[in-house]
Ligand binder design. Sequence first.
Ligand SMILES: *Cc1c(COP(=O)(O)O)cnc(C)c1O
Length: 352
Amino acid sequence: MNSVLYIHLSKLQQNLNVVNSMIGEGVQRMAVVKDDAYGHGMIPLAKFLQDKVEWFCVATIEEAVELREAGITNPVLVFEIPKKGKEHIYAEQNITASISDLSVFERLEPGTDCHLHFDTGMMRLGMLPSEAKKALQMMDQFPRLNYSGLYTHFANADGNASPTVSVQLEQFRNIRSQFPKNLFTHTSNSAGVLYHHEKGLFDGVRPGISLYGYSPGDEIDGLQPIAEWRSKLVQVKPIKQGEAVGYGSRWKAPEDGWLGIVPVGYSDGVFRLLSGKIQVEVEGTLYPQAGTISMDYMAVFLGEKKFEYGTEVTILRDGMLSAKKWAELTDTISYEITTAIAPKVKRVYLDQ
Ligand SMILES: *Cc1c(COP(=O)(O)O)cnc(C)c1O
């Protein structure tokens, strides 16, 4: 095994505590575990969370079925527009469908639990506010569906000063006033919870990234990345000042020293764009990654330290080694970093 992604479940608990502290009593937690829990492993995390949150949210019906097959009995909301030919699965497996398009009403099986999803400004999925009346007519026309919820999704909730949140909320409150009062209502992703909770959270919240330990905007105290990615040095060799390392010979040793080879590369999810920009930790000290990251390997300049073959190396964790740092270095977001960690990297769960 070239590397292992350790997942600290105690940190997941701590992150959930941070979310809990922001939402107060009575608001239900709808943990977003789509896309293999952002790369951390959906089933082990769902098992850990099943008695700590009320709901799970996933992107696809296939993910929802995976949860059911693993014995998860919590309510599960699927974000996607039900796929043609797979509509029957919702009612069969007691999975909640999103009605994000007027055409969905007539396709769902009687008895299907569903949440109406309105697009109040994200311009991705969701019915438009102008379609609210038509949606109400559809509810009359298809009375055998179980209409239990109503939601929207924020387009800009990553900073404290996102004016669109208030605009979207106003739109949403207006839509909500047209629908039955008993619908279970939810609007907030992590950023909504962390930065805008005072604007109102309704009945449930949909945190994703915060559970995995990353703040989508300004750093929030108490959130800790749950992932720690470690590998081992597979070779340590002397290098002379001025000798070049890696494809393109883009990096040259600033002084005589030792070079460590780590068997992790861009095929594992360490973007080639990070070449020469990241650091790794060996025995408590940070060392610079040196030269172009290749498909299966990267080099690390160890200076005068000649570590043994097999010495452990931490690639990703927190602070300077966090996915947030990597994201800054490559002009992306932590979500893309963790979801890019390849399935071939074994996930190991700690503090079960
Ligand atoms: C992914 C997603 C979330 C979770 O967002 P985070 O920023 O990870 O908290 C919530 N709601 C919807 C509709 C989503 O697609």
